[in-house]
Design a protein around this ligand. Structure first.
Ligand SMILES: NC(=O)c1ccc[n+]([C@@H]2O[C@H](COP(=O)([O-])OP(=O)(O)OC[C@H]3O[C@@H](n4cnc5c(N)ncnc54)[C@H](O)[C@@H]3O)[C@@H](O)[C@H]2O)c1
Length: 412
């Protein structure tokens, strides 16, 4: 059977997926953001991940009104699953998507979810919403699947096609149909999980593993720093052991590693299990900005009354500032000093209470903070940054990539 596919939600996950599916299947892209859809129709991806030639070559039809989306056999949902201000999973976009899709699905349709969720969400939360809107019976009239996404925005090496895709379905036939769709476009191959819950849990596990390990490195780094020991050199030495896992300390932001653990924490609470390790790891990683800020207030003399933050996005080489810790740090510093920031991937930054500058021409600064190691900063030697802070100035090289003299520098 040749599937007609609708990708619901055309952001960092949905757009690349629709583009590759469009090369092999009849594919529709649907998003509630009419502006985003209009831009895509004009070949513009504001996220900067895809060129207009890729978009135009894809054969994907983009729509922002659900009544234009008709007669698809498979829906793949890639809407956001953030947390609210209390770090509780916010399923509102998922609910809205299910309510909408429920109105148009027909018998034999499959609805696959790619949004990161807690185990059971697809079958116990999404399925019933689809059933009540459609008056169809879950896993009898329509079917469910789950396929976690592992895309890494800004990463041109590990692309959607080259990463093994986990797929799961609510029965063997569903899984076959899902596997034949993804198998046609994913070069790296598929892993067929034996249940939807396992696939949902696998995604959380991958990101929680990262969060916990980075938290461990952050904790070690604060101890080593207090003892005058350089963490990057400790890790270089430790990494010579065959089974050492190379994680580094850092600021953990964004909407995956810094968010997904809360989905597990919430599930654990329902089972009356206290996830001490996962919860503590979150707290440790959330405290890193404060640690950097405190070091700044205790050590950096305010001779020139201003500092420069380099990089504001949540990670290197992307445009995404959601839950960016570099942005949080810059805003926090701007409460106590004048802050300039250079962000080569953005022309404006929402929610910034500091000035965005394009060059280093406002030097000297009291402090330069290399917060995000974008490729545009890769060739900047520490010596040239040093000339921009003068004798009393500090350089915060969070990843210790410049290997600066420890005097008047800070690294995690
Ligand atoms: N970005 C990543 O690196 C990444 C990686 C793996 C998994 N994920 C997960 O994938 C999901 C999507 O993340 P993203 O980064 O692509 O989000 P995003 O914010 O970039 O894109 C989501 C899109 O969905 C649209 N949308 C919201 N509600 C909708 C609705 N009811 N119907 C149709 N469209 C709707 C939004 O307008 C937006 O364009 C999340 O669950 C996220 O955790 C993200």
């Amino acid at each position: 059977m040749s599937e007609k596919i609708c990708v619901v939600g055309l952001g960092y996950v949905g757009l690349p997926l629709s583009l590759i599916l469009g090369s092999k299947f009849e594919c529709i892209g649907f998003d509630v953001d009419a502006c985003r859809v209009q831009n895509l129709k004009n070949g513009i991806d504001e996220n900067g991940e895809h060129s207009s030639s890729e978009i135009f070559a894809s054969n994907v039809q983009f729509y922002s009104a659900l009544d234009e989306v008709q007669e698809c056999s498979m829906y793949i949902v890639t809407v956001p699953t953030p947390v609210n201000s209390e770090n509780i999973p916010d399923l509102s976009a998922l609910k809205e998507a299910c309510d909408g899709i429920g109105k148009i699905i027909k018998k034999e349709n499959i609805i696959v979810f790619e949004s990161t969720v807690f185990p059971g969400c697809t079958e116990d939360f999404c399925g019933p919403l689809l059933a009540s809107q459609s008056n169809l019976i879950q896993s009898q009239d329509f079917y469910l699947g789950y396929s976690p996404e592992r895309i890494n925005p800004g990463d041109k090496v590990n692309s959607i096609k080259s990463i093994t895709k986990v797929v799961a379905g609510d029965n063997a036939q569903t899984l076959d149909r899902i596997a034949s769709v993804y198998g046609a476009v994913i070069d790296a191959g598929l892993h067929e999980a034996s249940s939807i819950r396992i696939a949902e849990a696998a995604k959380l596990t991958e990101n929680i593993q990262r969060d916990v390990n980075i938290a461990l490195m952050n904790e070690l780094s604060s101890v080593f720093h207090a003892m005058g020991i350089r963490t990057s050199e400790v890790l270089q030495a430790a990494n010579t052991k065959w089974n050492f896992i190379p994680f580094r300390p850092g600021i953990v932001g964004g909407h995956c590693v810094g968010v997904d653990p809360y989905y597990l924490i919430e599930s654990a609470k329902k089972q009356e299990i206290d996830t001490k390790l996962v919860t503590t790891a979150r707290m440790v990683n959330e405290s890193v900005v404060k640690r950097i800020f405190n070091y700044f207030t205790e050590n950096v003399p305010q001779v020139h009354g201003r500092s420069l933050v380099m990089g504001l996005t949540f990670k290197e080489d992307c445009k995404d500032t959601r839950n960016s810790k570099a942005l949080e740090l810059a805003n926090k510093l701007a409460d106590i000093t004048t802050v300039h920031a250079i962000e080569p991937n953005l022309e404006t930054v929402e929610g910034a209470n500091f000035e965005l500058v394009e060059s280093f021409c406002h030097a000297p600064y009291d402090c330069i903070i290399l917060a995000v190691n974008h490729r545009q900063f890769a060739n900047l030697p520490g010596s040239s940054l040093k000339t921009m802070v003068g004798n009393d100035g500090y350089i915060f090289d969070l990843q210790d990539s410049l290997k600066l003299d420890p005097d008047k520098s800070f690294y995690l």
